[in-house]
Design a protein around this ligand. Structure first.
Ligand SMILES: *[C@@H]1O[C@H](CO)[C@@H](O)[C@H](O)[C@H]1NC(C)=O
Ligand SMILES: *[C@@H]1O[C@H](CO)[C@@H](O)[C@H](O)[C@H]1NC(C)=O
Ligand SMILES: *[C@@H]1O[C@H](CO)[C@@H](O)[C@H](O)[C@H]1NC(C)=O
Length: 433
């Protein structure tokens, strides 16, 4: 190998490693994990496998997938961000809420407040800001459950904090483990009688390994095991928001029906790579999850909202822990950034599987499926992440050091994640009207 080739090869290893860090690190951001990532050799990564996976996915953007037409009155996923000078300031004060402190960007002192002033303008309709009182009215007597990874929790906590401006909820259940908030339930008392819960289930099906213990580097995923805590409560959920995807590009061994079905990025295991890669795994899990909900939902009308992946923004020009990894003060402009092909594929899985589940559900006449299509709108918002501002008064007037812990995956709350809930509001009002 010539010197240039070698340099090119090590550069591509390096950028792949960044991608891996992006996927691996962001949902977690805990010190032990960062320690492990930084101080142990990345022996569990197969660059060859990864390279093959990324090459197989190609670099061109696949043709856009049309969301299912049936329930959609407006395609909220298509539009642009517009500066809205009428936005006076933050919608709510995160200091007053029990949300993850790393997402309290205002409290933590993120210096550019511009990210609070952009409004999502769908191409075919207008999207108004969620009205907390009306939202609670629409949900009266109901249970709204968020199921999935930390992006589900991020959205739920932003919603609960906004609703708290009208009525302060009781935290009825608070179950935490090393990895954070496994199961929380907020109860909005009479006259609302509204419950909002979050269920940690990053693979939707049962998994062992890193998703339960950040000290581990990989996962074992049981593709047919719909035995997660959320599955027991499905019948009591009136509205579900399913948001998962960021954990799938991790090294894993997959079991299906009691036998190993394949591996992803596990050269240390003498097993073949799983057919279809992790996107195929995501499809299988999504199909089974939605099929399970269809089969288990015995009565009443239920709204099932499946969120598409919201891309992270670790700028590939920098190391993940460089202060400028996501320090852009403005959204991307039209044409400035495209949705990466792997994220476009994960989005496509959600759109297609939700359409298939909707067709099945319609026959049963009880369920309504919606796609919360946030991939594009989220991909335009590199400015809306906490970045280096994950601790209260993080730098208190001092310059940000060059090396920091960054969160370029979760969203500031208040911040762009509130737009996800603005769209959710339209779906909920549609469901109750
Ligand atoms: C959206 O709002 C603008 C400004 O208020 C209005 O002119 C336009 O007709 C609205 N569009 C739709 C589709 O309601
Ligand atoms: C809300 O949760 C409380 C406590 O867990 C329970 O007693 C109540 O029945 C729930 N209400 C709804 C609407 O699910
Ligand atoms: C890998 O598995 C194959 C098929 O089971 C077996 O023939 C081979 O010896 C194994 N290789 C190693 C290194 O264990």
């Amino acid at each position: 190998m010539g010197e240039t080739q070698e340099a090119a090869a090590s550069y591509s290893h390096c950028s792949l490693w960044k991608k891996v860090l992006t996927c691996t690190l962001c949902p977690l951001l805990t010190l032990p994990l960062i320690y492990i990532l930084l101080y142990s050799p990345p022996s569990f990564i197969s660059y060859t496998n990864l390279l093959a996976t990324f090459q197989a996915h190609g670099t061109s953007t696949p043709p856009p997938v049309q969301p299912p037409q049936v329930w959609v009155q407006c395609d909220y996923g298509d539009g642009k961000w517009v500066w809205d000078a009428s936005v006076a300031g933050p919608r709510y004060d995160s200091e007053k809420c029990e949300m993850k402190s790393t997402e309290k960007c205002v409290v933590n002192g993120k210096p550019d407040n511009g990210y609070l002033h952009w409004r999502w303008q769908p191409a075919g309709c207008n999207l108004s800001a969620l009205d907390p009182a009306e939202f609670l009215r629409a949900l009266r007597g109901k249970h709204l459950a968020f199921v999935g990874d930390s992006t589900a929790r991020n959205q739920a906590e932003a919603l609960v904090c906004f609703l708290s401006t009208v009525s302060r909820p009781e935290t009825a259940h608070r179950y935490e483990e090393r990895l954070g908030r496994k199961f929380w339930r907020w109860v909005f008392a009479a006259p609302h009688n509204v419950n909002i819960s979050t269920y940690w289930s990053p693979f939707l099906v049962r998994a062992e390994g890193k998703s339960e213990d950040y000290g581990m580097t990989q996962d074992t995923v049981f593709l047919d095991a719909l035995t997660e805590p959320w599955t027991a409560d499905v019948d009591g959920m009136d509205i579900m928001v399913i948001s998962a995807g960021h954990w799938f590009p991790h090294p894993a061994v997959y079991y299906d029906d009691g036998v190993i079905a394949g591996v992803f990025s596990r050269p240390d295991v003498n097993e073949t790579d799983i057919g279809g890669g992790y996107v195929g795994v995501y499809r299988k899990v999504m199909r089974r999850t939605l099929g399970f909900i269809n089969a288990k939902s015995s009565g009443g009308d239920k709204l099932v909202v499946v969120a598409t992946i919201a891309p992270s923004h670790f700028d590939p020009r920098y190391a993940w822990n460089h202060r400028d990894a996501c320090s852009r003060p403005k959204p991307f402009e039209e044409g400035e950034a495209e949705v990466a092909s792997t994220e476009a594929e994960l989005r496509k899985v959600v759109v297609e599987e939700a359409a298939a589940a909707a067709a099945q559900g319609r026959r049963r006449g009880l369920l309504r499926f919606e796609v919360l299509d946030v991939t594009r709108l989220a991909s335009m918002r590199p400015d809306g992440h906490p970045g280096a501002y994950i601790m209260k008064d993080a730098f208190a007037g001092r310059a940000v050091p060059e090396t920091v812990m960054n969160d370029c995956l979760h969203w500031c709350a208040p911040g762009p994640v509130d737009s996800f809930n603005d769209i959710l509001m339209q779906m909920v009002v549609g469901a109750s009207g």
